[in-house]
Write a protein of this length. Structure first.
Ligand code: NAP
Length: 275
């Protein structure tokens, strides 16, 4: 059972998950803030695994809608975890690189201390802690910088802007790993098949800044737009972002997973976008 089936990742999960019966839910089917409804849908379907990909993901919006952010991302996740325990289903929860403060300069390991800087990051960090208390064998998949078809994402925004402007200014002081939802969905399916437990970091391999990511997008799309590096200060946004949030892939080999490089993933996304 997938909560968040209409999201960027949820759509990829629905498409990639071929060999099992999968039930995908949107907020209309079950708002995760409604504990009673969440338990009801689980009792109807009796899933073996629950993938919780539903979240309030507008990182800047979370700063001004703090109550909603905690109600969905932390308390909603707790509702799902409690219901999962009641029906005896395993739980996989999607979390974020934004649980870290970005002060490291080498990849974050799963057991590095959390120190979120934004409201969104705090909602995810608190959800992780609550879920691990409630469901000790749950699997927490931290990922970052998602892109894919079927929703708003960074490459899509860059391509739309590049079609209209001769130059684009993009921040060059935040480093992370872009992640194609198709590759992440395939890894998640492997985790469920492999009975994964604990925190696993899962992103495309390699890292870049948003500026370097934008440069690659423009180049691969064959556009002539000039991409210029700027600092985060020059592009003030409500939520602070970590300067460095590369996640270590150290646990992926336990599940026989080697994530493709983000450049390769980007090319596949661009092909998918054109078809
Ligand atoms: N996007 C990123 O860069 C990124 C990075 C790191 C981690 N993550 C995490 O990865 C997961 C998937 O992200 P995404 O980008 O695929 O998300 P997304 O595209 O924003 O989709 C969010 C999904 O959550 C559902 N949802 C929102 N509020 C809900 C509620 N109250 N009750 C039930 N469902 C609700 C939405 O359903 P409706 O369509 O019905 O509203 C939608 O299916 C999330 O947990 C996110 O925090 C994302």
């Amino acid at each position: 059972m997938i909560f968040g089936a209409s999201g960027l990742l949820g759509q990829a999960l629905m498409q990639e998950w071929k060999l099992d019966a999968v039930s995908g839910l949107t907020s209309r089917d079950a708002d995760i803030r409604n504990a009673k409804r969440v338990l009801e849908v689980m009792r109807e379907t009796k899933p073996d695994w629950i993938v919780l990909a539903a979240a309030y993901t507008d990182v800047d919006g979370c700063e001004s809608n703090r109550d909603l952010a905690f109600a969905v991302n932390r308390d909603g996740a707790v509702n799902v975890a409690e219901a999962a325990t009641q029906v005896g289903a395993r739980l996989l929860f999607l979390s974020s690189d934004y649980v870290f403060d970005g002060k490291k300069s080498t990849p974050y390991e799963p057991d590095d201390p959390r120190n979120p800087q934004s409201v969104y990051g705090r909602t995810k960090a608190e959800a992780e802690i609550r879920l691990q208390e409630l469901v000790p064998d749950c699997c927490v998949v931290r990922t970052s910088w998602l892109f894919g078809a079927g929703g708003k994402c960074f490459p899509d925004t860059i391509l739309k802007q590049a079609a209209q402007r001769p130059t684009l200014d993009v921040v060059d002081d935040q480093r992370g790993s872009p992640t194609y939802v198709v590759d992440l969905a395939r890894a998640i399916i492997q985790f469920c098949r492999g009975n994964a437990k604990g925190i696993v970091h899962t992103t495309n391999s390699g890292d870049c800044t948003w500026f370097e990511f934008a440069q690659e997008i423009v180049k691969d799309a064959g556009l002539t737009t000039t991409v210029r590096p700027i600092s985060s200060e020059q592009m003030a946004r409500p939520a602070p972002r970590p300067a460095y949030s590369v996640l270590s892939a150290s646990r992926l080999k336990e599940y026989g997973i080697a994530m493709p490089n983000w450049r390769d993933a980007l090319r596949r996304y661009l092909e998918q976008r054109q078809s």
